[in-house]
Design a binder for this molecule. Structure first.
Ligand code: AMP
Length: 281
């Protein structure tokens, strides 16, 4: 596995691969790899001839009061893990190449960013969309891989791909969970032992909703109250939002009439966790 920072060097490698008709997979990440990341890499390796993993802690997607400086960074560990999945190139661009001080262009995806993470974290999706557009532009992958864990992000990126005519396929892989159901996340390491135990409440709440819907419950107001009261039983849990939404527009729905996404963001102490599940069909 090659580890390269230079944009130009990476592009030259990719040009020669494309000339040989090799397919290129891209897995955008911010590092601190866990099984969720590794699952994306393994799938990419199965489906593409050459897999690029970008590792870039994107300063633009963090708000002023968020954890950019605290974000976990361990290149030696990430390198070993990426290599173990068969990734061909770990691309670690320098911040000043991707976000130079005179950067004047940004990408704003409207509507699907209005609510949920977009409302709680102003500017977050502008930061994500701007950098993902740059990664697509630089790597020009045939397939790009994302996790369902960040559901709203997948909706935003799908819109970005369509609106800017990026000629690539997007693959969304299922959320990888710990054995007790907690969605893997680099932020889980900030949980205290008590917080770690309490954090399973997100998955328990998602499952509860899924079971109620399976039994025939269709009223989102009732479902939401059920989910919220389950979460509130954990004293350290503070709900940011719990919402049943249309899977593509992310607008809230009143009834489960078809495929619906249940989105939630819950603070466990100072650690903010998000999770989601698809209910209905
Ligand atoms: P991040 O490094 O947090 O920006 O995540 C990089 C990619 O991994 C994103 O597409 C995430 O949605 C995805 N990802 C993060 N956690 C998980 C998980 N538990 N299961 C599946 N994919 C994940």
């Amino acid at each position: 596995m090659k580890v390269i920072s230079s944009i130009r060097t990476v592009q030259n490698i990719l040009i020669s691969l494309r000339n040989k008709r090799k397919t290129i997979g891209l897995v955008p990440t911010m590092g601190a790899f866990h099984e969720g990341h590794l699952a994306l890499m393994r799938t990419a390796k199965q489906e593409c001839d050459f897999v690029v993993v970008s590792l870039f802690v994107n300063p633009l997607q963090f708000g002023p009061s968020e954890d950019f400086n605290r974000y976990p960074r361990d290149l030696a560990r990430d390198r070993t893990l990426a290599k173990s999945t068969g990734v061909d190139l770990l691309w670690t661009p320098d911040a000043h190449d991707i976000v130079p001080p005179d950067l004047a262009t940004s990408v704003d995806v409207a509507r699907v960013t209005d609510r949920w993470e977009g409302a709680v974290r102003p500017g977050h999706f502008r930061g994500v969309a701007t950098i993902v557009a740059k990664l697509f532009q630089i790597i020009k992958p045939d397939i790009a891989y994302f996790g369902q864990k960040d559901y709203q992000q997948t909706v935003v990126i799908r819109q970005l791909i369509r609106d800017l005519h990026f000629d690539l396929k997007m693959r969304v892989m299922p959320t990888v969970r710990e054995t007790d159901g907690l969605a893997m996340s680099s932020r889980n390491q900030f949980l205290s032992p008590e917080g770690r135990a309490a954090a399973t409440v997100l998955y328990r709440a998602l499952q509860h909703a899924q079971q109620l819907v399976k039994k025939g419950e269709r009223h989102c107001h009732y479902l939401q109250k059920e989910v919220e009261s389950l979460i509130k039983k954990e004293p350290v849990a503070k709900i940011d939002y719990v919402a049943f939404c249309h899977p593509e527009t992310l607008e809230p729905v009143d009834q489960i009439l078809g495929k619906t996404v249940l989105l939630m963001a819950v603070k466990i102490g100072s650690v903010r966790l998000i999770d989601n599940v698809i209910v209905g069909r």
